[in-house]
Write a protein that binds this ligand. Structure first.
Ligand code: SF4
Length: 472
């Protein structure tokens, strides 16, 4: 069953459902606590973190400002190494190019190594419509493909599943019996299922973490080695990648590699960093005969120069979601889009429309942790606020929120009225106090008091206390 919400417009309903799932809570607590702890430790042991972050911002901003130049340089270098480079403006164009390549090769099966860009452009559905069997090779993607679900995290797509749930799923779907439910036994079981598929696949499809413009290289960063098997064994390798993944040179990738693994999984480095340069050459023992690179725009050039341009710095580490108090309790599915969490709440409206993003810009407490941990210093809370302002100006978003904010603004602009209202409301609220001196039911705040008690307000307002000189 697909637990993924159909669209961001269902965010509130899906979030409410998610809060009622005890297994999801266990999975989210385990994963986010572990990832937060690991990141803190590894960043504490990396005194150059702030310096690396500043450098990464400079490199990204410079590349984005000169994107046309670096795109041309990358294309020339990649073609010189024997790759075929394609440009796609829209998701349909991108999936069309991939499907056409598969059809030309009469491909029946395609192995795929995780690429959020593939999800963004709807590649799984396009391959299915073309009758091409898709085999996800990333362990987490394999899990959710078997479960018929969609990713809930950009780095750990099956983060919403507990080990126990995965064990049950493998028992149901895998062909071989396991002797235990340990992580090692589960991994071995997945390996046994996937190995023959790598060997028989007609096409291997990958994403890319970075593109080096000077050498035309594609970089993938993984921990399982599945990128290498997916790209080297089939006769044709197709890369689908967003144009914002460019950096000027191979040398520049070093700073991002140091930031990415520390921010994503709290490890100093990943197990595999692979640089791809074109197809197999004469004398090479391994590698595909043909390599295609599909460079996807999908509104990224529209974002350049606009309020959301800094979002193009994103290196998809997932740290913002691991540290988000909203994501940590509801997981990724309620966001109803490819990219969940704080970065998704910005990217979804940027890649689609603010109207389609619904409540996403409001799914945030503005506590600022996402910006604090972001390795490329994206001002996510400021952007979230800017989107809320835009929703206000364009009269989209919740009518109830509009009404509340209009009333609030009126009172805030009339201080005498505000003080009068506070004088009347404070004593009235005390009428609702329960035996433990807290508010169990408060008028106009039912959704808050439904799940928790409110602290009883003081007898005097802050302003009254201030005037009387007693603010403690
Ligand atoms: S916004 Fe920053 S923290 Fe979030 S995924 Fe992108 S790079 Fe990582």
């Amino acid at each position: 069953m697909n637990s993924h919400a159909a669209s961001p417009s269902a965010f509130k309903t899906e979030a409410a459902h998610a809060l009622k799932k005890p297994q999801l809570k266990i999975a989210l607590d385990r994963a986010t606590n572990l990832l937060q702890g690991r990141r803190t430790e590894v960043i504490t042991n990396y005194p150059e973190f702030e310096e690396a972050r500043k450098l990464a911002v400079q490199v990204k901003d410079h590349t984005l400002e000169n994107l046309d130049y670096y795109l041309e340089q990358f294309t020339a270098a990649a073609e010189a190494s024997g790759a075929i480079v394609h440009f796609a403006d829209t998701p349909d164009e991108a999936t069309g190019i991939v499907v056409d390549i598969c059809k030309t090769r009469e491909a029946k099966t395609a192995t795929r190594v995780k690429s959020m860009l593939g999800e963004e452009i709807g590649l799984p559905a396009a391959l299915a419509a073309a009758g091409i069997e898709r085999v996800e090779t990333d362990l987490a993607e394999h899990i959710i493909q078997l479960a018929g679900e969609r990713p809930s995290h950009i780095v750990i797509p099956a983060l919403h599943k507990t080990q126990e749930e995965v064990a049950d799923l493998f028992t149901d779907k895998h062909t071989r019996q396991r002797s235990s439910d340990t992580v090692e036994a589960l991994v071995e079981s997945a390996r046994h299922e996937l190995r023959p598929k790598y060997i028989s696949a007609d096409v291997g499809i990958s994403g890319a973490n970075f593109l080096a413009a000077d050498s035309g290289s594609i970089l993938t960063v993984t921990n399982e080695g599945n990128a290498e098997l997916t790209t080297a064994l089939p006769p044709c390798h197709i890369v689908t990648v967003g144009i914002e993944k460019l950096v000027p040179s191979l040398e520049h990738t070093a700073v991002f590699l140091r930031l990415l693994s520390r921010s994503a999984l709290g490890s100093e480095f990943t197990q595999y960093v692979t640089f791809f340069n074109g197809p197999k050459r004469s004398g090479d023992r391994d590698g595909p005969e043909e390599m295609h690179i599909v460079l996807v725009d999908n509104r990224r050039t529209t974002m350049l120069g606009g309020d959301m341009a800094k979002m193009l710095r994103c290196i998809r580490c997932g740290a913002c979601m691991n540290h988000c108090p909203v994501y940590s309790v509801i997981g990724g599915h309620p966001y109803g889009s490819t990219y969940p969490g704080p970065m998704g709440s910005i990217l979804t409206p940027a890649l689609n429309s603010l109207e389609q993003a619904g409540d996403l810009p409001n799914a945030c407490t503005l506590n600022g942790r996402c910006r604090e941990v972001c390795p490329v210093d994206i001002p996510l809370p400021d952007m979230m606020r800017a989107l809320r302002e835009q929703q206000w100006r364009e009269k989209t978003g919740s009518q109830r929120t509009r009404w509340i904010m209009t009333t609030w603004a009126y009172f805030a602009l009339h201080p005498w009225l505000y003080r009068l209202a506070v004088k009347l409301i404070l004593p009235s609220l005390r009428l609702f106090k329960s035996s433990n001196n807290r508010l169990k039911h408060a008028p106009l705040a039912r959704s808050w008091t439904k799940d928790r008690d409110l602290t009883l307000p003081g007898k005097k307002s802050f302003i009254d206390q201030w005037h009387s000189g007693k603010t403690n």
